[in-house]
Design a protein around this ligand. Structure first.
Ligand SMILES: [Zn+2]
Length: 313
């Protein structure tokens, strides 16, 4: 048996055919056509799957079902998406009904961060444990919680909104309307914001010039810190404090086997992980500290298609 996973994003749609054990057998990508309020997106995906499987002589009879990860607000039961502005999908978009009609197979959809969490849990750093939390640090901060082997949705589908845990009361304004959410200090833009805010404390730093030119990126801060720039290290310490604090609270509430940290910012690797772990260990409840480990994501961009496919199983 095979399963199909789809990772729908604002610039591309990643698709994959996997074995039921989660091995990637085929992978391909198409461009997301966001023109005309994204009205061609679903049909483009349907056509691409039909063409790809025909070209590679893959019988759709061997496919058990299709899973998809999407941005926006998902109605898991109806299989609809709305408010996915980077796709042009402001209004409710039928997805599941179209796929089920075209393929006559079960179709499942969940939000992109949840699906990535499932992927890392199944085939990545989560080692297929029953309890795994995933935190993704990119332009924003997202997450997903797997508890007792099940993805948590909560009553309104908002479980796992880790980016909006407040870690700095009265801190920077967040897009959600609150202040001091994790996203405002631990996303790529958050790290830059921290640096700009702390620059007043500044002695000498290479970063100052970049800040003055408004060209500073999170990567510059990590690179500077690795090279021993004192200011860059202070910024990273602050970032690590907030992320470590958030991880300790998640761990205290859920005691997962792993908190997996992924997304673009996690490319800073062990350098980042060590700093965050130090803070995490300071705040975590002792039995939790001994049993919940922090780990870096291992699947990179494949987490989405793998997790999406796992929705079928
Ligand atoms: Zn927020």
């Amino acid at each position: 048996m095979k399963v199909i996973g789809i990772d729908l994003g604002g610039t591309s749609v990643k698709m994959a055919i996997l074995s039921s054990e989660g091995n990637l057998e085929h992978q391909w990508t198409i461009v997301t056509n966001t023109e005309n309020s994204g009205k061609n997106i679903v049909n483009d995906i349907v056509t691409s799957i039909k063409e790809y499987t025909a070209e590679h002589s893959i019988s759709l009879d061997s496919v058990k079902g299709i899973g998809m990860g999407s941005p926006g607000q998902i109605d898991y039961e109806k299989g609809t998406v709305k408010g996915a502005y980077n796709l042009g999908w402001a209004e409710v978009q039928e997805v599941k009904s179209i796929f089920e009609k075209e393929f006559n197979k079960p179709f499942f959809i969940d939000n992109d961060a949840n699906v990535a969490a499932l992927g890392e849990r199944w085939r990545g750093a989560g080692e297929n444990e029953e309890d795994v939390v995933f935190v993704t640090l990119g332009t924003g901060v997202g997450g997903g919680v797997v508890a007792d082997g099940k993805l948590l949705h909560g009553v309104r589908g908002s479980a796992g909104e880790i980016g909006h845990m407040v870690v700095q009361p009265d801190g920077f304004e967040c897009t959600c309307g609150n202040k001091g959410c994790l996203e405002t200090v631990a996303s790529a833009t958050g790290i830059v914001k921290l640096a700009k805010d702390m620059i007043t404390l500044l002695e000498e730093s290479k970063l100052k010039e970049l800040i003055d030119k408004d060209k500073l990126t999170a990567k510059d801060v990590f690179d500077g810190a690795k090279e021993g720039d004192e200011f860059a290290n202070k910024v990273i310490d602050k970032f690590a404090f907030y992320l470590g604090l958030a991880c300790s609270q998640l761990a205290n509430a859920l005691n997962p086997s792993f908190i997996v940290i992924g997304g673009g910012v996690s490319a800073a690797g062990d350098f980042l992980l060590e700093r965050v772990r130090k803070e995490y260990e300071k705040f975590a409840f002792p039995p939790v500290r001994e049993s919940t480990k922090l780990a870096l994501a291992t699947l990179g961009n494949d987490a989405g298609v793998i997790g999406a496919a796992s929705l079928v199983l």
